[in-house]
Write a protein that binds this ligand. Structure first.
Ligand code: DX5
Ligand code: ZN
Length: 227
């Protein structure tokens, strides 16, 4: 079985209890914190920034996977690196100089990811794939949690999986948007190894009084074990 990662998107967490939510979701078996940064400019929503990243960093040793939905990208990269981000991913449309932004993220000591919206062509991978640590395929349009999975993303995953496997570099292939217990196995079969889950975990999955997420994370992992 491949080494699968569950990246819990804290966008659907209870922000009034964010620290507790993060500790609980990691204790429940998720292994990455997916941190959605929205600027009310590149996407029509406004969320959290480096200050929040810095505040949650001491709470967990888990990877913090920062998904930047901001334009421009470069100015904010060092702030997230200082705030303890491990992976920083950005959208090619939001950066004037994609190769430079990748270099900047790495100079800052983080792993670099490139994100593809549902209609963004994969040619942006052409000259930079071997510089990336992660490719993120969006299976919803960015901006909100709780949207429906766009099936075309499965074809994109298959194409990117082939491209990654044709090289020798270890590159994570992450999927983001509408991942649920009932579709995660098919998504894994299409080539993803890292699964962002927001509403599936935080909205639907809270184990009533304990505020833990063991049941839903175990259900996601059980589906992955069948692949
Ligand atoms: C959407 C975000 C996602 C979102 C996923 O722009 O990038 O990470 O939180 O939420 P769900 O899992 O609810 O689709
Ligand atoms: Zn995201």
């Amino acid at each position: 079985m491949a080494n699968y990662h569950i990246a819990s998107s804290i966008l659907s967490a209870n922000f009034a209890k964010l620290g507790e939510e993060i500790s609980n979701v990691i204790d429940s078996g998720a292994d990455i914190i997916h941190f959605d940064v929205m600027d009310n400019h590149y996407v029509p929503n406004l969320t959290i920034g480096p200050l929040v990243c810095e505040a949650i960093r001491p709470l967990t040793n888990a990877i913090i996977d920062v998904h930047l939905m901001v334009e421009p990208v470069d100015r904010i990269v060092p702030d997230f690196a200082k705030a303890g981000a491990n992976i920083i991913s950005f959208h090619p449309e939001a950066s004037r100089h994609i190769d430079r932004t990748i270099g900047l993220i790495k100079e800052q000591g983080c792993k670099a990811g490139l994100v593809f919206n549902p209609a963004t062509p994969l040619h942006y991978l052409d000259h930079v794939l071997d510089k990336l640590d992660l490719v993120l395929i969006m299976s919803v349009n960015p901006g909100f949690g709780g949207q429906k999975f766009i099936l075309e993303a499965l074809n994109k995953l298959k194409t990117v999986r082939k491209r990654i496997d044709a090289g020798s570099k270890k590159i994570l292939l992450e999927i983001d948007g509408g991942v649920k217990v009932d579709n995660i196995a098919e998504i894994a079969r299409s080539g993803a190894d890292t699964f962002v889950a927001g509403s599936a975990i935080f909205s639907a999955g809270r184990d009533n009084d304990l505020h833990r997420y063991d049941t839903v994370v175990a259900a996601l992992r059980a589906e992955l074990a069948k692949v």
